[in-house]
Design a protein around this ligand. Structure first.
Ligand code: HPA
Ligand code: ZN
Length: 307
């Protein structure tokens, strides 16, 4: 199995149905069903928003430091088993704050798990773009006492209608704090969102970015500046950004000389962890061992130093 870095992974997207049920029992939370197969059967998504609805609903079971610890510890173990040797992990504090879970609970629980990680790992705090820029600025200010717990900021959730340009100021604040900057762009949104993430947010990596391929000038920019793209093939199929894996544009991105990487995004929902993505690229898309080696090597080139 190849060694790789995972750079696009939402920790809340690793909440497996088994853990949903276990945490619901622990926290005495009612669920529509306690049958893990019935929960999994609902993971049939028409687009990004239909996934996000389920993703946010399931988070109701995450309440205590121990819950956040157990979630991250389970991911780190599983990722290590899949050859991950460096992990940069997204989390969505606003999705917890809005349910009354303090920032301290989230940071303390996740950080405790990362401290015992089997490989180097770090947190990237994401802003939910559909909650607007003002709330993003509030959460960044509230997170500054935990500055040593995270290495960067990201931008996720519903993309279309919430362009990167709305978040210029909060990304400037983050840069002034010495935080790394990444942004989801070009998953459902067009190349213009990728341009804005680069020019306005000064994003150092683009998460997804598959629609950048529609704009040759943008492809040239990404290639010349060696901007990494964290592509998530199984996610793109499950959220219907591409019809089937055989239609995925990833091989063309490699042919263009882009610094593309493979990642699992929300593996509990999309049918596989990162090695499962590599296997699917080989078996369903027919990618060669050389191409897969390049993708794995790219992931370390695209990683932020955790030193
Ligand atoms: N896109 C946008 N927001 C997200 C995703 C995604 O794939 N996963 C979790 N939040
Ligand atoms: Zn994502």
């Amino acid at each position: 199995m190849r060694r790789k870095a995972e750079l696009h992974l939402h920790i809340e997207g690793t909440l497996e149905p088994e853990l949903v049920v276990e945490l619901a029992r622990r926290n005495r939370i009612e669920l529509p069903t306690f049958d893990v197969e019935a929960i999994r059967a609902r993971y049939d998504f028409a687009n990004l928003q239909s996934f996000l609805d389920v993703y946010y609903a399931n988070m109701a079971v995450l309440r205590s430091e121990q819950d956040f610890h157990d979630l991250a510890a389970a991911y780190l173990r599983r990722a290590h088993d899949q050859g991950v040797r460096h992990a940069e992990i997204f989390f969505d504090p606003q999705a917890h704050l809005s349910r009354g879970i303090p920032l301290d609970v989230v940071f303390t629980g996740l950080s405790a798990a990362l401290k015992d990680s089997p490989m180097p790992s770090a947190l990237i705090m994401c802003f939910l773009r559909d909650r607007g820029a003002e709330e993003a600025e509030q959460v960044l200010r509230a997170a500054l006492p935990y500055r040593e717990h995270f290495i960067g900021v990201g931008l996720d959730s519903a993309e279309v209608g919430y362009p990167p340009s709305l978040f210029r100021r909060v990304f400037e604040m983050a840069a002034a704090e010495g935080l790394h900057r990444v942004a989801h762009a070009g998953e459902e949104g067009g190349p213009d969102y990728v341009w804005e993430a680069l020019d306005i947010l000064r994003a150092e990596r683009i998460d997804h970015g598959i629609r950048a391929m529609e704009d040759p000038a943008l492809v040239a920019r990404l290639r010349e500046e060696r901007i990494p793209l964290t592509v998530c093939p199984l996610s793109n199929v499950r959220l219907r950004a591409v019809p089937t894996l055989r239609d995925h544009i990833l091989p063309a991105m490699l042919d263009e000389g882009l610094l593309v990487t493979v990642n699992s995004d929300d593996p509990a929902y999309f049918g596989g962890y990162v090695e499962d993505n590599f296997v699917a690229l080989r078996d369903e898309l027919g990618m060669s061992e050389d191409q897969l080696d390049t993708l794995a090597q790219n992931s370390f080139k695209a990683a932020f130093s955790l030193g």
